[in-house]
Design a protein around this ligand. Structure first.
Ligand SMILES: *[C@@H]1O[C@H](CO)[C@@H](O)[C@H](O)[C@H]1NC(C)=O
Ligand SMILES: *[C@@H]1O[C@H](CO)[C@@H](O)[C@H](O)[C@H]1NC(C)=O
Ligand SMILES: *[C@@H]1O[C@H](CO)[C@@H](O)[C@H](O)[C@H]1NC(C)=O
Length: 287
């Protein structure tokens, strides 16, 4: 980089700093963090950077909008792994600190990581080959009125449990909050999506529960608060039951903490990953 460019650069950086200093609540940069992920460190107590506090919210507009997707962080649990997502999923290809004009990151992520959606090709090879990927999922199913419901905490989702929930006909989207989310009843470690180590004892649908839902309700979107809608020991059978008709969409790994049960407008948008049987998804609930 020649010195004129460098000078222009320093000026730009300085003026950015002044703007940030004048507006303490709306800055996003972290000048100390390299190569850590910007904003994942607590900059509020970091001396010279104490003015730069990025806003990170779970709830917006005084409780009208709830973010129900999990943040991608190194400690996020990953299917069948002890180590979680780890530090290597996101890195800077080019950085201002190293003389590049802009910061430019890359990521590498399993498509079933964090809050994500399954397409029919996930458990049906013939659907996969025929192209039923995440790009074919119906946005009308992924967006619309949804019921957030608490299920009994002492069981997996069986036919009996499903029956007891009395979900009215006509309800098309249901987010099931289970023991996976709980913090009052069980110790903190049971909030499974915040625990790095994958835990096979999570709550999910048993095959008969999935069957009951398919045969007795109008539900087309099933949401759950851990990495799979299916209980660990019924992983294949429950997925097969849900995905067979290609009409039911499964949204997994939802963050349902601190959201009152009830009816919301759900908005879920997956990435258009052609050829992929899943995708990370951003979901929000609006009152
Ligand atoms: C660019 O990346 C560096 C890390 O090299 C970081 O400290 C800096 O805040 C980033 N700048 C902007 C404008 O985001
Ligand atoms: C930036 O420079 C440092 C020191 O030479 C090097 O270790 C690092 O890999 C570089 N990073 C990028 C993103 O170019
Ligand atoms: C749910 O099923 C899993 C096995 O898939 C089991 O480990 C767990 O204890 C069950 N949870 C409850 C609350 O029964």
């Amino acid at each position: 980089m020649d010195s004129v460019l460098l000078l222009a650069f320093l000026c730009a950086a300085l003026s950015l700093w002044y703007i940030a200093a004048a507006a303490p609540s709306h800055a996003a940069a972290d000048f100390t963090a390299y190569p850590t992920i910007p904003g994942t460190e607590d900059v509020s107590v970091a001396g010279a950077n104490s003015i730069l506090i990025p806003p990170r919210r779970e709830v917006y507009d005084d409780g009208r909008i709830f973010d129900i997707s999990h943040r991608y962080v190194p400690d996020m649990p990953v299917w069948d792994s002890k180590d979680g997502l780890g530090n290597d999923f996101l890195w800077l290809l080019k950085s201002i600190k190293n003389g590049s004009l802009a910061n430019n990151s890359a990521m590498k992520l399993g498509v079933h990581t964090g809050t994500h959606v399954d397409a029919p090709g996930h458990f049906y090879d013939n659907y996969f080959d025929a192209g039923f990927d995440v790009d074919t999922l119906d946005l009308q199913v992924l967006n619309g009125l949804a019921l957030l419901v608490d299920v009994p905490r002492d069981q997996n989702l069986t036919a009996e449990v499903m029956k007891s929930l009395d979900i009215p006909k006509g309800v098309r989207r249901v987010l099931f909050r289970t023991l996976n989310t709980d913090r009052q009843v069980v110790e903190v470690a049971m909030r499974l999506m915040f625990k790095k180590e994958f835990d096979t004892s999570y709550v999910g649908f048993k095959e008969d529960g999935a069957k009951w839902l398919v045969e007795n309700t109008d539900i087309k979107l099933v949401g759950i608060d851990y990495l799979s809608v299916a209980a660990y020991d019924h992983s294949a059978p429950s997925h097969l039951v849900f995905l067979e008709s290609r009409e039911i969409i499964l949204v997994e790994g939802l963050k349902l903490d601190d959201v009152p049960a009830g009816i919301y407008s759900l908005r879920c948008l997956p990435l258009r990953l052609a050829g992929s049987e899943a995708s990370p998804i951003r979901c929000i609930l609006i009152r």
